[in-house]
Design a protein around this ligand. Structure first.
Ligand code: COA
Length: 140
């Protein structure tokens, strides 16, 4: 499996995966403006998934991570998240935060596996369907 920087050629695949996974998917033009914050996982030329890490000063935020349904449970998210954490350390970030739907067991397990801890909860943060967000942080 290869983890690499996202390019303009990845925009359609990222947008399609966003639409498949999230009720408020990022449009293609938004993805295009954020490519420098994204990593892609691929295998034998096939797109497996992506992750996006934004930062302001020394604060990182994992804005998205998703893997194509037929390629899940094969370690792609593990590899993407490990690469993002390395990137955060290289950029001297102090911590990485994220929000996740309270019912998203697979994602919460992924984040805990990589050392993120729950630091808060926002009531009714998400829409469609309305749901609380769990706030998690990894101190680097
Ligand atoms: C969450 C998601 C990114 C995991 O991707 P993945 O490539 O299947 O994950 P991996 O195979 O790398 O698994 C890594 C770890 O995640 C956790 N995990 C992943 N899928 C899981 C599941 N279905 N149930 C429980 N834990 C799971 C486990 O801790 C796993 O480690 P393990 O294999 O040692 O048990 C994927 O399910 C997905 O794209 N979901 C939809 C998008 C989404 O919800 N993104 C998060 C938004 S906050």
């Amino acid at each position: 499996m290869l983890i690499r920087n996202a390019t303009t050629e990845d925009i359609p695949a990222i947008a399609m995966l966003e639409t498949a996974c999230f009720s408020d998917p990022w449009p293609e033009d938004y993805i295009g403006r954020r490519l420098d914050k994204m990593l892609v996982a691929e295998q034998d030329g096939a797109f497996l998934g992506y992750a996006a890490l934004a930062s302001v000063l020394d604060e990182g935020s994992l804005d998205s991570i998703a893997v194509v349904p037929e390629h899940r449970r094969q370690g792609a998210a593990d590899a993407l998240l490990a690469a993002m954490i390395r990137r955060g350390r290289e950029r001297d970030l102090s911590f990485i935060t994220l929000e996740v739907r309270a019912s998203n067991g697979p994602a919460i397990a992924l984040y805990k596996k990589h050392g993120f801890a729950q630091v808060g909860r926002r009531s009714n943060y998400y829409e469609y369907p309305r749901e609380d967000a769990i706030l998690m942080t990894l101190v680097l």
